[in-house]
Write a protein that binds this ligand. Structure first.
Ligand code: MG
Length: 288
């Protein structure tokens, strides 16, 4: 069988040789939106899969690009839907932000172009949020419905003085009340601030290496025993793969896509849904 071909075993599509690799894994990172949950309901089989992995001794954590809620709030939402979790189980742009090297110095501080949740989280993490942008070591940009001319002026003053520009995500569009992606995303705000300051915006969320390396470090996981499961080639599969994790694509089937750097990104395994992955994991546990 040649490279890129796959074989089908029932509902589970797997690339030969990667089946064996999964048996050596100990830790699973699950994406949330479009993987563990769809809006306000769990994906079919999600609770059963997490429960069966946990009772078989696997470590389960959740890796999401949600930055409008704190890790504690995201964990509460998961628990309400039926999967027990604490804030410590959640990897998110806010969770990894304080670990960025822009904040490694003793006098690190931040100018925030985002909502109160981001301000509150950074303050709680011990990073002073400043009102004088020229004193900031970084500008953090996130979801900001009140974004205006003053934000651009302040961000320019900060980056002109050497501040890094950190974007919680680079999504160009955000969902509106009807669920359609009809609102400006953080990527548009970050692009405006980057052009204004003549700097590049550094991505904090998936698929950045910072996101995954910080996650492995805070969870105490090694890359070769960790699996990233998600529905997005561009964030979950690309990010996991760059960080050296095994990757499982859920939902959209096996497909490959080239990004702007002509980097070919393919998942190691593709499954139609989490219920199928559950059956697969159950079978693998019988493999010596
Ligand atoms: Mg997703």
């Amino acid at each position: 069988m040649g490279v890129g071909e796959s074989q089908s075993e029932g509902d589970v599509i797997l690339i030969p040789d990667n089946a064996r690799r999964l048996s050596g894994k100990r830790n699973f990172l699950f994406d949330l939106d479009g993987c563990i949950w769809f809006g306000d309901r769990l994906a079919p089989g999600a609770a059963e899969l997490v429960s069966s992995l946990r009772s078989s001794g696997y470590e389960v954590r959740f890796a999401t690009n949600i930055s409008s809620q704190t890790p504690d709030e995201i964990a509460d939402r998961l628990s309400l839907l039926g999967i027990d979790a604490s804030g410590g189980d959640i990897l998110s742009p806010l969770r990894v932000l304080p670990f960025h090297e822009a904040f490694s110095g003793p006098s690190a501080s931040v100018y925030v172009v985002a909502g109160d949740t981001v301000r509150r989280f950074l303050t709680d993490a011990g990073i002073p949020v400043v009102d004088r942008p020229e004193h900031a070591s970084a500008v953090v940009v996130g979801r900001s419905p009140d974004f205006d001319y003053d934000d651009v002026t302040a961000s320019m003053a900060a980056t002109d003085s050497g501040a890094r520009l950190l974007a919680l995500n680079l999504d160009m569009r955000a969902p509106g009340p009807d669920g359609r992606f009809s609102l400006p995303g953080t990527g548009i705000l970050a692009a405006a601030l980057a052009v204004a300051g003549g700097v590049e915006a550094e991505l904090i969320g998936k698929p950045s290496l910072h996101f995954f390396e910080t996650g492995l470090s805070v969870f105490g996981f090694s890359s070769d025993t960790t699996v990233m499961v998600g529905d997005s080639i561009d964030s979950d599969i690309m990010g996991g793969s760059r960080a050296g994790l095994m990757t499982i694509l859920v939902g959209t089937g096996l497909r490959a896509r080239e990004n702007s750097a002509d980097e070919l990104v393919e998942p190691d395994i593709a499954v139609p849904d989490l219920a199928a992955l559950g059956q697969y994991v159950g079978q693998l546990q019988d493999v010596p």
